[in-house]
Design a protein around this ligand. Sequence first.
Ligand SMILES: Cc1ncc(COP(=O)(O)O)c(C=O)c1O
Length: 378
Amino acid sequence: METNKLLNLVKKHGSPLFIIDHDIIRENYQRFKKALPGVQAYYAVKANSELEIIKTLFDEGSSFDVASYNEFMDVYNLIDRWREKKKEFFIWDKIVFSNTIKDRETLRRINKYEPLVTYDNMDELIKIKENCKKAGLILRLKVPDTGSQVEMASKFGAEPGDALSLIKKSFDFGLKVEGLSFHVGSQCTNFENYVSALDITSEIFNEARKRGYELDIIDVGGGFPVPYDFNGPRFEKLADILNKEFKRHFSEDTEIIAEPGRFFVATSSILVSEIIGKARRDRKIFYHINDGVYHTFSGVVYDHWIPNFYSFKRGKKEICAVVGQTCDSFDKISLAEHLPKNLGIGDYLYTKNIGAYSTASSTKFNGFEGAKILHVNN
Ligand SMILES: Cc1ncc(COP(=O)(O)O)c(C=O)c1O
């Protein structure tokens, strides 16, 4: 979006202003489908759970990966009025509960929908058997996540060596394992992770089939990288690798699905913040803005994200710090920005590519509400 448009919007709506452009979400969805035509895309709602985003992707034909009952209901509300049979089919075909650990109450509530759910350990399997007998299961495997911005392997995934016994146990319990999944870590620019994950997964998948277990889904998770900086490898290069690996490892009747989160929404949003204080501290200028790491910049903490700041003004640049509005000294967004020297209180800054894992994990710390969210082109 051009800078004069951004300024007009912020003058009209106030700051901080979080602008979500739905044309970009549609473009990202179509780009994914074009590069990976055989893959059913389940949008990982956790990346940005704004209802308008869910609706836009729903209209595009997306499926959904939900982490909780509330996220499930956010999708369900779009189909609530449909005929019962059509609704059942949608839930069965287009929703996956990808959180490997679900509380018992959630499992009891979703049982009637015969949901697709993931698991990665024996205790979860017993819990599913006792509370969600109608579920279809996906076993999540631990795979390498080397170099990914957010690592996953230390918290999720069954050891590959345990996989066949976890599959057998599920069938012994009368539960059906439908497939295998993995997540190579979020913002994965090391494509070797996907190659290794598919090596590991295909070996287990093909061995399970040989033993008579009719698995048919491979879920390649999320991790699809966004061009935060210009040096990163392109998504299309990854898609080429994936398409070749799918052909190499799996027969035609295998259903390949994915759970992209960041890829659909990160580039859709811009935040405009305002400088509300300026101070020289230890020979460096600190700009205090009306947002911060407890709010829209929460991704700096939870997503290990390095944001960028741009000014609407031009001028000779200097190194400065940009910090948040709260009383907490932890609330520092960046200690090394290059911004024009002549900025002052009331000037605006903007940050691009902030659509994923930002407002989704924003708090109301110190009594600050967080940015106003503005949807455009929806
Ligand atoms: C199980 C699962 N699937 C998908 C995603 C989305 O990942 P990404 O945003 O990297 O595409 C996540 C992110 O945490 C996840 O935990």
